[in-house]
Design a protein around this ligand. Structure first.
Ligand SMILES: [Zn+2]
Length: 397
């Protein structure tokens, strides 16, 4: 009798307990197992953050005021926000397919968090066995965090000012971008301006310029910032032309240049612009419905988190100012913020310049003239120079 009792203590409970479809076994860092119930939303299975933190022996704090939940592990912090597909792992943002959800007063995170992100990020310590429905959380030590190469080098470079710039001509290849009333393609205008900008920055400012594309090729959005991060660039500039929604009045009235930095879209127009630029995703994943989610889905984390927010908005302001000065024929729409997919994940000040409305008859005409494109390129270069000076001053050089 006594013997049997000991055995039953040694063999974890889950061997006997047949798991219901909405249950899984979580194994914590010390080998302890507990059965947890999951909830399914939109065919995706979710775990509650409270259960997760109990298994991880972590602290979870949900701030109703800010709408954020932090999960603090030794050496790691995860931050989620209800209805947001973005989450932060150790300060870097990642985009889930399914948002974290608030359900019965608790925050739930989708299982893809483990399979798509934490397992690749944190290595073998986390294992999901979908057949036996076992999630091993493992022991997590700080050494296992991978600091992206770009950021590490960035810290070294911080005192040297701006040296390397990534110039990103929007769209390309099978993605023409917006198309003007007489058929001018945004991708071609973007490329022309970008090549002019590259020449100015290299020849007159002695900067290293990395182009995301130098010809009419299709480059997925995510690849663009990835390249910028790999190159450990100091600044990321994406070049585009704007387009009005296909309504007669708007096509006639909407015009001007504006510069965006990545953040929450503040206005409907900004949201619409972001939705349009983000729709390049359509060309990457035609089978998935990503682009048709509201543009808000692409909104990056509450950007108060972003260490480059101030720099990005400064850069946007200086570029927009000098752009408007160089080409007064195009009205100045100022700076704006929205959730651009292409800017997401950039570890550096990043802006997206909408040089003019290609959908507006006069502005399309203007964009056909190389002289004007040169002025736009110069406007951007001047703005960048002003930013570089300001940045250097702040570093005390
Ligand atoms: Zn565009």
């Amino acid at each position: 009798m006594k013997k049997l009792f000991i055995i039953s203590l040694l063999v974890p409970l889950w061997v006997w307990a047949a798991l219901a479809p909405n249950q899984l076994t979580v194994i914590d860092g010390r080998g302890g197992a507990r059965i947890t119930e999951t909830v399914t939303f939109d065919k995706e299975e979710y775990l509650s953050l409270a259960d997760l933190s109990a298994s991880w022996n972590a602290q979870a704090a949900w701030s109703e005021l800010i709408g954020n939940a932090d999960l603090k592990l030794p050496g790691h912090t995860l931050r989620f926000s209800a209805d947001n597909t973005f989450f932060l792992a150790d300060g870097k943002s990642y985009n889930l397919f399914n948002p974290a959800r608030l359900y019965q007063g608790e925050l739930y995170v989708p299982m893809e968090l483990f399979t798509r992100f934490l397992i690749p990020l944190w290595g073998r310590s986390i294992i999901w066995d979908s057949k036996d429905r076992k999630l091993s959380l493992g022991g997590i030590s700080p050494e296992q965090i991978k600091i992206p190469e770009a950021r590490r080098r960035k810290q070294v470079q911080a005192k040297q000012g701006i040296q390397k710039v990534v110039v990103d001509p929007g769209h390309g290849g099978k993605d023409p971008g917006a198309v003007g009333p007489t058929g001018l393609c945004e991708k071609d205008v973007n490329l022309e301006i970008a090549l002019m900008l590259k020449a100015i920055l290299e020849q007159e400012h002695n900067l290293i310029v990395v182009m995301t594309r130098s010809d009419d090729t299709f480059i997925p959005l995510g690849e663009r910032t990835k390249l910028a991060n790999q190159e450990a660039a100091d600044v990321f500039i994406s070049i585009h032309c704007n387009a009005a929604p296909r309504k007669k009045v708007k096509l006639k009235t909407m015009r001007g240049s504006e510069t965006y930095f990545l953040s929450l879209a503040k206005t409907d127009d900004a949201r619409a612009t972001a939705a349009m630029e983000n729709s390049a995703i359509d060309f990457e994943q035609p089978q998935k419905n990503v682009a048709h989610q509201d543009a808000v889905q692409f909104i990056l984390w509450d950007m108060v988190q972003n260490e480059f927010l101030t720099e990005s908005s400064d850069l946007a302001e200086l570029v927009q100012e000098s752009l408007a000065r160089k080409l007064p024929a195009v009205p100045n729409r100022g700076i704006n913020q929205a959730g651009f997919y292409v800017l997401n994940g950039a570890y550096m000040p990043a802006i997206l310049v909408e040089t003019a409305f290609i959908s507006h008859r006069d502005e399309e005409k203007l964009l056909k003239k190389p002289d004007n494109l040169k002025k736009i390129a110069r406007g951007i270069a001047d703005g960048l120079e002003a930013f570089a000076k300001k940045y250097k001053k702040e570093l005390g050089q």
